[in-house]
Design a protein around this ligand. Structure first.
Ligand SMILES: C[S@@+](CC[C@H](N)C(=O)[O-])C[C@H]1O[C@@H](n2cnc3c(N)ncnc32)[C@H](O)[C@@H]1O
Length: 470
């Protein structure tokens, strides 16, 4: 029933403890080797000046440890143009939004990254961090959509209060007329008539303050701004956030081939978290499409930080300490593993989807043997190991063709016959799916995939669950 497993040379669960360089050289280079090699090259390229060797930190260091590695910011050249940089010890209140349904998983992820006070909130999580912690949250979080730093908060009963709040915020610390700006506004239960007008008031407040202080206003660029500000309104308050991420964090920088109805990368990572996948165990997606779930999984198993190959908004802000940021990334790159411990396998009925998945695999700097992508029918394919996790996003909803009842019955038959010992997790907007498959879920997690209200159904395939179809 099972294919041969790759040799176990590395315990990925314990991967944060850095492998001895010797042992690593002896290991056959596979899977993440390419990612690591490219990271190495990039590191060389980036190093215009010599920097101290990466510290021997085993895991992504907790925020407070990382703090100790911060070097002083370079001396300011112009007092007018370079106001106070974030002080080393300054602590910020942070809100990290995420897809609905991943709040607890995100708070757990942030805690694991060292943000001990991370607590789930509506469609996101709150925590406190210093500036280094904010950079690390951007680099490492697989579940967050953005990392927003609170820069002001106050009562808002009238649109003019927004203007005052924005004028009262020291924007010159972060950006000025040399940066372009975009402002977005969202609200829950706000009595304001027009969010567009609120947005305009916030923008005016920011620009007026900068003009008063520095003589010039930043230009607005809604497509590719240097600086992004978010205004969040409630019934009677307003909060201004500086967006440190820039483009949404689910954009890892590898996706080219979209395929049909691809998942966002942070939702894919969320499915793996809610499924409870153990990265040292086999993983399969029999409706893999362009391969999002499996590529995300390979990065998790190899310890490739989610943001290692993408730019961030904070890099375009005033006082960005490029050298310190490079040190943080150097440390992260030095912990990328070279070998996967267990098979990761994807099938799709559509050959074009498999081509797209293979192209994405390549663009994610993984070797072709990291994930086995093959054309296959979920109704017939067999698992690659005796036990493991199947995590999948089969066709559903308005996005794809009319569901086919026979497909679910036949697929369920295959699972019941051949996948005992497997944990099966399926995301679907079809709330009736367990009934169609004649399977009882252990857990069901409400989730949003874009605008679709979905559930992640977790099933455990045991021999007893096999019943002949009526
Ligand atoms: C929602 S898409 C998966 C998208 C994927 N999660 C991604 O991020 O790209 C569902 C996929 O199931 C595939 N599919 C449909 N019926 C199938 C079957 N019987 N066996 C295998 N794949 C099938 C479709 O070709 C499609 O690529």
């Amino acid at each position: 029933m099972s294919d041969t497993k790759p040799g176990k040379t590395l315990t990925l669960k314990k991967k944060p403890a850095a492998a001895a360089p010797d042992a690593e050289q002896k290991r056959p280079k596979r899977a993440g080797a390419r990612a690591r090699q490219v990271a190495q090259l990039e590191r060389e390229r980036e190093k215009k000046q010599p920097t101290p060797a990466a510290l021997p930190v085993a895991a992504p260091a907790p925020a407070r440890e990382a703090d100790e590695r911060v070097r002083e910011a370079p001396p300011r050249r112009n007092r007018e143009r370079s106001p106070r940089a974030p002080a080393r010890a300054e602590i910020f209140r942070v809100f990290a939004p995420c897809p609905h349904g991943l709040e607890d998983a995100l708070a757990a992820e942030m805690q694991a990254l060292g943000f001990d006070d991370a607590t789930p909130d509506r469609a996101g999580c709150q925590f406190h961090a210093d500036w280094t912690g904010i950079l690390r949250a951007n680099l490492y979080s697989r579940l967050a959509t953005r990392i927003l730093v609170e820069v002001n908060h106050g009562p808002v009963h009238h649109e003019d209060d927004i203007l005052d709040l924005a004028m009262d915020t020291p924007w010159e610390r972060w950006f000025g007329a040399e940066q372009t700006l975009r402002v977005d506004t969202s609200a829950i239960r706000s009595p304001m008539q027009s969010l567009q007008y609120c947005n305009l008031r916030a923008k005016d407040g920011i620009c007026d303050r900068l003009r008063d202080r520095e003589g010039e206003r930043p230009d607005i660029d809604t497509v590719r701004p240097d600086a992004r500000v978010h205004l969040f309104l409630t019934e009677d308050t307003g909060t201004l956030y500086l967006d440190t991420s820039g483009e949404s964090l689910f954009k890892r920088g590898w996706r080219l081939e979209k395929g049909e109805a691809p998942l966002r990368e942070n939702l894919a990572a969320g499915l793996l978290a809610l499924a409870g996948w153990d990265p040292s165990q086999a993983l399969m997606d029999p409706f893999c499409g362009s391969g999002t779930i499996l590529i995300e999984a390979a990065w998790i198993a190899l310890g490739v930080p989610a943001g290692i190959w993408r730019p961030f908004g904070f890099e375009r802000l005033r006082n960005h300490d490029a050298r310190h940021w490079r040190d943080i990334k150097d440390d992260a790159r030095s912990h990328i593993a070279t070998q996967l411990e267990s098979p990761i396998v994807g099938y799709d009925l559509d050959g074009h989807a498999i081509d797209a998945a293979r192209a994405n695999l390549e663009r994610a700097w993984l070797t072709t043997d990291a994930i086995r992508f093959e054309v296959g029918d979920a109704r017939h394919v067999r698992p690659p190991a005796d036990t493991g996790w199947l995590v999948t996003n089969p066709p559903y909803g308005e996005r794809l063709e009319q569901e086919d009842d026979a497909l679910w019955a036949d697929w369920a038959q295959n699972l019941k016959q051949h996948y005992s010992g497997w944990q099966v997790s399926i995301i679907s907007s079809d709330l009736d799916l367990p009934r169609r498959m004649r399977l009882k879920p252990l857990r069901r997690y409400p989730l949003h995939n874009g605008s679709l209200d979905c559930r992640l159904f977790n099933f455990e395939m045991v021999t007893a669950s096999y019943r002949k179809p009526k």
